[in-house]
Design a protein around this ligand. Structure first.
Ligand SMILES: *Cc1c(COP(=O)(O)O)cnc(C)c1O
Length: 412
């Protein structure tokens, strides 16, 4: 294969599709009429085929005929049960440590606040929450809120927006006052994959606890929460997990913390024996205590289907394809003439690369708008980034080549 502007990328992509063991999964998503290339599976994953049927079946049979009996028969246990499905397919976590409930933002607040409370209760001088300047806005805002409530202090790591938070940067801020470190596993802008195993070890060595935001890694990058000894994690299910717009998030809390960590929204559904309607709050045993109110049952229906499909494909195979997809995108962009002024603002190293790439050029805001009109759908990130999220199960290599050809056509 010769690289450079002379390469026939459509032919290269066709060969990659022919050799792709996961190629059959692409047709197991709902077809999207008028969409030529979808590069936003990291922002809103596509619906798995059968989602409409399953939702209709749920309405007609489960909800329609079981009515309120459905709660006792099944739905009451869905937060933990669906959490275990996600944990098994995507998180490397044994059962009984994950729930599905609320939005990512709300779960992030509950878990961060709970870990912070546990730390300052055990050691009143541990008042620092560590975050980075390039973390997703909601993570930064939630952390600002928790320190304000608890009279704690934020310690900012200045992250490079084209890469991400390094082990050395974390080491430099850790100390006797570290309470909790909150970081994204994959940076939402650059796609930088943090060294979660090493960072978790370093945080623990300093006496801190770690909370990983897995929104951009769950479903595309293998995660080993138990093996890495992570304290807690949260993440979205509507990105690479294909749960649908606003599908509820997941939270993981390691078994060892279940007896001591108390989350702040003490609702009846997280209480021991909720239907006793008894006086005073007493947390339910285990990870159930992270639940606050009535579980978002309808919102979990598509997710249960898509997570089963992910489990069938296997996260290691998904990762292999993900790296091949981003490699192809990388090679195509690199073959463009330098005078076009496009640069890549993502890590080249496979060990540090997540499932998406960001490319930059001064006029990408305009280009993005024109691409959307043609059915080529990347994502624009201010000030000049075009984000290419290549969801491995639903994206073909040909789609990558076709979409980038359309981008290239706007740059001449
Ligand atoms: C998408 C995303 C969120 C979104 O949080 P919501 O409460 O679902 O809006 C949070 N954190 C990160 C890192 C994300 O990528």
């Amino acid at each position: 294969m010769t690289e450079g502007s002379g390469t026939d990328w459509m032919a290269v992509a066709a060969d990659l599709d022919a050799a792709d063991p996961l190629a059959g999964f692409v047709d197991r998503f709902e077809p999207a009429e008028g969409v030529v290339a979808y590069f936003d599976g990291n922002s809103l994953g596509r619906p798995v085929r059968g989602t409409a049927h399953e939702l209709a079946r749920f309405v007609q049979q489960d909800w329609g005929t079981r009515l309120i009996r459905g709660w006792d028969e099944a739905w009451m246990r869905w937060p933990e049960e669906t959490g275990d499905l996600v944990a098994d397919a995507a998180l490397g976590a044994a059962p009984g440590q994950t729930v599905v409930a609320d939005s990512t933002t709300v779960l992030l607040y509950k878990v961060l606040r709970a870990l912070a409370d546990a730390q300052v209760t055990a050691a009143p001088d541990r008042t620092q929450i560590v975050v980075d300047t390039d973390n997703f806005p909601t993570d930064r805002y939630v952390a600002e809120g928790v320190v304000a409530e608890r009279g704690m202090e934020l310690v900012w790591i200045e992250a490079d927006p084209a890469s991400g938070v390094t082990v050395d940067q974390v080491d430099a801020v850790l100390g006797e006052r570290t309470a909790v470190v909150l970081l994204s596993h994959v940076a939402y802008r650059s796609g930088f994959l943090a060294d979660a195993a090493t960072i978790t070890r370093r945080v623990h060595a300093a006496g801190g606890l770690v909370l990983w935001d897995l929104c951009h890694s769950a479903g595309s990058v293998p995660i080993e929460l138990d093996a890495w000894d992570v304290d807690a994690a949260v993440g979205c299910t509507y990105k690479y997990l294909n749960g649908g717009p606003g599908s509820p998030a997941f939270a993981y809390l390691a078994q060892r913390h279940h007896a001591t960590v108390r989350q702040p929204i003490q609702g009846w559904m997280g209480r021991r024996d909720p239907f006793l309607m008894g006086p005073g709050y007493e947390p339910a045993p285990g990870v159930r205590s992270l639940v606050s109110g009535t579980p978002p049952v309808v919102g979990m229906v598509p997710l249960r289907l898509s997570v089963a499909q992910l489990a069938e494909a296997g996260i290691e195979a998904v990762r292999t394809k993900s790296l091949a997809l981003t490699d192809l995108a990388w090679q195509i962009v690199e073959s463009w003439p330098a005078e076009l002024g496009v640069s890549i603002a993502s890590p080249r190293d496979h060990a540090r690369r997540g499932g998406h790439l960001t490319i930059r050029r001064h006029d990408f805001a305009d280009v993005n708008a024109r691409l959307w009109e043609q059915g080529v759908i990347p994502d624009f990130r201010a000030p000049d980034g075009l984000r290419l999220g290549l969801a491995p199960l639903s994206t073909s290599f040909t789609e990558v080549a076709t979409g980038l050809q359309a981008v290239r056509a706007h740059l001449a």
